[in-house]
Design a protein around this ligand. Structure first.
Ligand SMILES: [Zn+2]
Length: 163
């Protein structure tokens, strides 16, 4: 099962990890079909790892173990069949992916706000240029912005229309 972010920029999934780094394209019963064509028995599954189409992957993979009597460490999961991630692994991979999305959008919000701020700066510059061309004084412009006549003049005196 895949998870999508609202804007389609991210699609996450619990990737099946197989030997030699092959990409599993599909699971058919107890057979893994690799992207490159060959098939592997599901019993070759090494584990699972949360991944995203943007290139992100979780720092740790869940390692599949098949001996019910062996001591299991964190990130080791008993799973006899192999293939798709067991539900609890799928759930944890999803949670890891959601955290990846949350962090990405934190930075994305800054990116968007910075772009909006630059656009606002340009439109203010255009407006000041227009007001100067229309004969308004630096006092009037300063008042309109909420700064002093002198600050307005210092900030925009270099504008083409003022020379
Ligand atoms: Zn992503």
């Amino acid at each position: 099962m895949n998870w999508q972010s609202g804007d389609g920029r991210h699609e996450g999934f619990a990737a099946i990890i197989v030997p030699d780094g092959g990409e599993v394209a599909a699971v058919q019963g107890a057979t893994l079909i690799l992207e490159a064509g060959p098939r592997l028995p599901a019993s070759e599954t090494l584990g699972w790892r949360s991944r995203c189409t943007c290139g992100w992957m979780a720092p740790l993979m869940f390692q599949r173990v098949t001996d019910p009597d062996a001591m299991r460490m964190a990130h080791q999961v008993l799973d006899l069949e192999g293939g798709s991630a067991p539900p609890e692994v799928e759930e944890t991979c999803h949670a890891e992916w959601l955290e990846h999305i949350r962090q990405d959008y934190g930075i994305e919000a800054v990116r968007q706000a910075a772009a909006a701020s630059r656009a606002a700066e340009r439109s203010l510059e255009e407006a000041v240029k227009g007001a100067r061309a229309g004969g308004h004084s630096w006092t009037e412009i300063g008042e309109a912005i909420g700064i002093s006549r002198q600050s307005a003049h210092e900030r925009w005196r270099g504008l083409a229309a003022d020379q």
